[in-house]
Design a protein around this ligand. Structure first.
Ligand code: ADP
Ligand code: AMP
Length: 213
């Protein structure tokens, strides 16, 4: 089963995908996490992606498609989080899956208004060690700026600064939002109200992902 999490930055895709992978055994593939890891390690990919990410722009399709070709597992239940983000990526994904007799089964669209995602991104804190997600208001850590899970230091992502956030939202509208119609036309789109609490969204997702799809 292959599930795509589609939605604007800050709509809660990573938060839900991390819990679903821990509790229900989904393989969580986040192109954003993979790219940040590549930047941190200073790999060739990281060097090529760094500038785009810092500006809140999309990394070129061919780099992302190569990354996904490598990361996609043979089987199992997979959540693609933050991929595809362009029609070209969605078409490449379709071709790649078709070669293995597979397809995207469901696309969960995290629907959230702009004010809400700006508020979520400006308060987001990320563990520099294990990648766990927090929010200054909605999910504060027990100890200030320390990860509850691993004791790592919490940081604000560089691209969660307000000017970059505005650019990421613009890029989402220009390059990614058309995927909503792309998947709706294929009868794969399921919209959910991403403005609800983390627990409510999680329950809804569990319900929607229960049947084999
Ligand atoms: P995305 O992966 O879509 O960019 P994240 O999962 O990183 O979004 O969530 C962005 C921020 O919003 C994080 O700080 C997270 O803790 C917080 N958050 C996620 N879901 C909710 C929710 N349902 N209610 C309140 N805050 C949330
Ligand atoms: P995210 O963690 O999903 O918010 O992604 C962070 C940044 O990584 C984005 O702003 C892009 O620069 C880059 N990125 C992540 N996924 C993709 C993708 N599928 N296509 C292009 N760029 C991506």
């Amino acid at each position: 089963m292959i599930v795509v999490f589609l939605g604007p930055p800050g709509s809660g895709k990573g938060t839900q995908a991390k819990t679903l992978s821990k509790e229900l055994g989904f393989v969580h593939i986040s192109t954003g996490d993979m790219l940040r890891d590549a930047v941190a390690k200073g790999t060739e990919l990281g060097k090529m992606a760094k500038e785009y990410m810092g500006r809140g722009e999309l990394v070129p399709d061919q780099l992302i498609i190569a990354l996904i070709e490598e990361a996609m597992p043979e089987g199992g239940r997979v959540i693609l989080d933050g991929f595809p983000r362009t029609i070209a990526q969605a078409e490449a994904l379709e071709d790649m899956l078709k070669r293995h007799g597979k397809e995207v089964n469901k696309v969960l669209f995290f629907d959230a208004p702009e004010e809400l995602i700006v508020e979520r991104l400006s308060g987001r804190l990320t563990c520099s060690s294990c990648g766990a997600l927090y929010h200054r208001v909605y999910k504060p850590p027990k100890d200030d700026m320390v990860c509850d899970l691993c004791g790592g230091k919490l940081l604000q992502r560089e691209d969660d600064r307000e000017d970059v956030v505005r650019n990421r939202i613009r890029v989402y509208k220009e390059q990614t939002a058309s995927l909503v119609d792309f998947y709706r036309r294929k009868n794969k789109l399921i919209s959910l109200d991403a403005g609800k609490s983390v627990e409510e969204v999680y329950e809804e997702l569990k319900r929607l992902l229960k049947d084999g799809g």
